[in-house]
Every structure is written in C-alpha cells, then in structure tokens.
Design a protein around this ligand. Structure first.
Ligand code: MRU
Length: 353
C-alpha cells in the first residue's frame, strides 16, 4: 500500500453506531464523533459537521433508522407515523441538497415495502437500506470519477470550489474523484482550490484531503479565480452540486455561478459532477431550488474574530444556481450529459447501470 496516500471516511457504521468525522474541526483535528440520536444527526447536518450533498443523504438515512430502532410501535401504521414524523424532522435540517430528501424517501419506501414483515425485520431492512445508500454512493462516485477522467489528460490543472471530495460523499467524492483516480494511475493532475467563503470548505477540507493523498494543490482566495484563469493556468473547472433541476440548472456552493461565468469568459470547460441522486426531476429549473440562508455571523465573526461592524446587515446565501447554458457537461455515474439537458436528463434517469 502506498503510505503517501491517505484518505479518511466522512462517516462509518461501527458496532451499531453512526460515527462521523467532525468536519468543523478540520484541518486542525481529525475527530470522529458518535451520533446516537436523531437529534444528534439533525444537529450534525445543520452545523455542517457532516456536509456535502451525498454525505448529508447518507447521514439522514442512518438517522432515520436510528430514530425508530427503539420504536415500541405495536402496528405498522403506528410505526409508519413515527417514521414519517422523524423523516420530516430530518428533512428540515438543510433545504438545498436534494440528496437529503431523496435518501429519506428511499428509506420510507423501503419501510412501506417491508410492511408485511414483523417489526424487527422492518428495522433490519431500514438499516440495510441505509448501508445500500452508502455503498451505492461509493460506487457512483467512482464511476463519476472514471467518466470525468475521459475529459481530462495527464498534467492538466483543474480549479474546484467548496469541497466535493471524499469528505462530502461515502468515498472518492464527485468533482475530486477523477483527481484521486488519476493519482492512482500515476497521472499528475494539479488542483487550484478556491478557499470558499464564508466557511472555507475549500481551504479547510479540499486542500487538506488532497494533501493527505499527495496531490498537488494550490489554495487561492475566491476572488483570485479570474486572475489564475487569465494566466492560462486552468484547463477545466469542476465542481460538485447540491441539486440539478430538470432543465440542467445546477445549485452548488455560493460562488459557483461566478466561476461558471468566468470559465465562459476564458473559454474554459465548466463541468458539474453529480450522482443521479442529485438530479431532481420535480424541480423544473433553478428558480425553484430553495437556497439555504445561514446566519450572518458566519460572515461577520467567522472563526472567533469579528471582522465587520456590529449590527451590519448581512446576506448569507449558502448556494447559488448556475444556469444550464454555462455548463459544458454534467458528469454522472451513468454517463456524461451535454446540452440540451432536459432530454439528456430524462434519458439518463431511465438508464440502468
Ligand atoms: O454547505 P456544504 O459544505 O454542504 O456545501 C457543499 C457543496 O456545495 C458541494 O459542492 C456539494 O454538496 C457537492 S458534494 C459532492
């Protein structure tokens, strides 16, 4: 085994417990914490201890199982009501990443399909479904990486935003998956990582996990992206995504839209990496995607120091929407989608891999 390449799992199921790497502590501390109750899971998602669309979905799936594992319900109807209440509760933790709702619905469907079984078996099935969601995510991420690699070449440099690496998924990541896979096959793909204001997922998480794996990463402030593009240093921009609407508009971490505009201006391909669980056919376009707004203190008092006058008005959207006309391709585990996206999305959702 190559000791220079290290990667840590964002979450694991260990001895009957959900254990997550507390991402708010990175890069200074690597601390795994136990989430014992559904409230613990809600809080971990809300506070971004576990974050990134796929990882949120996986955590919520386990959270839903945890919420009913000690249920004393006497009938399926009683059990189902309990499950639905906890599902709604977990769904209220964050509004933008559709993977959260997707995973919860999948758990609900599994419960319904196990309806005729006894309570112990239904609970077992729910745990199994959460495991399936986690394992499938790992496979999807690997396939996304392989598909993205067909668009890249050895020695290229990519720019990414936020963190769409292994930390945001079960393993490999989405936008960063090709970079890890490239490293494994001896390629040298370099990465420029936007620091990603205000919570610095790029600096704290992306730079950290790429360095752990021995990948050449250069950290820049978000407002430096145009400059490095103008120098001709960027061959492709690749970001993850929290929700792809039916027309191909894509919501991702605030600042992604700006990058897409810059990429267009510099004639650089702009790729969105997304597992099919991130595609929301029920949301017709980006206008309909709910954008999470977070507390202004994340901007004014990030990391313990006040950097803006007390009482200043703050607007802190956590995501923005990149219109589909700025996206060169949406890379999924099932294939590479190119415009027009409405048709491509419908086709890919029907495709079995
Ligand atoms: O607020 P975060 O850190 O959860 O935002 C995460 C992102 O925007 C990621 O790019 C997205 O979830 C894709 S992760 C594979």
């Amino acid at each position: 085994m190559d000791k220079t390449k290290k990667s840590m799992l964002s979450l694991k199921w260990e001895d009957g417990n959900l254990v997550i790497l507390d991402q708010t502590k990175l890069p200074m501390e690597t601390e795994y914490i136990l989430l014992e109750t559904v409230e613990d899971v809600w809080d971990a998602i809300f506070k971004l201890k576990v974050r990134g669309a796929p990882a949120i979905g996986i955590a919520a799936a386990y959270g839903l199982y945890i919420s009913v594992r000690a249920s004393k319900a006497q009938s399926f109807e009683e059990f189902y009501e309990e499950l639905r209440n906890n599902e709604d509760y977990l769904a209220s933790s964050r509004p933008t990443a559709v993977n959260l709702f997707w995973a919860l619905k999948r758990m609900e469907k599994r419960a319904l399909s196990s309806k005729e079984k006894n309570m112990g078996e239904i609970k077992e099935d729910l745990l199994q479904e959460a495991h399936n969601i986690r394992q499938e995510d790992e496979q999807m991420c690997k396939a996304i990486g392989e598909n993205l690699l067909t668009l890249l070449k050895d020695e290229m440099t990519v720019l990414t935003h936020c963190n769409a690496g292994g930390l945001a998924t079960a393993k490999y990541g989405t936008a960063l998956a090709p970079v890890f896979l490239a490293k494994d096959k001896g390629w040298n793909i370099k990465v420029f990582a936007d620091e990603t204001r205000p919570l610095l997922q790029g600096a704290r998480l992306t730079a950290w996990e790429l360095m752990q794996y021995g990948i050449d990463v250069t950290l820049i402030c978000d407002n430096m992206a145009a400059h490095v593009m103008s120098k001709g240093w960027i061959d492709a921009v690749i970001t993850g995504c929290d929700r792809v609407a039916a027309n191909g508009d894509a919501a991702n971490k605030i600042g992604t839209y700006g990058l897409a505009v810059l990429a267009k201006a510099h004639d650089i391909p702009f790729y969105i990496a997304a597992p099919s669980s991130t595609i929301d056919i029920d949301t017709s376009d980006g206008e309909d995607i709910v954008i999470e707004e977070r507390h202004g203190d994340e901007i004014c008092c990030g990391f313990g120091r006040r950097t803006a006058p007390k009482g200043v008005k703050v607007y802190n959207p956590a995501f923005d929407v990149t219109p589909c006309h700025l996206i060169t391709a949406i890379v999924t585990e099932k294939g590479i989608l190119t415009p027009p996206y409405s048709e491509a999305i419908k086709e890919i959702l029907l495709k079995q891999v």
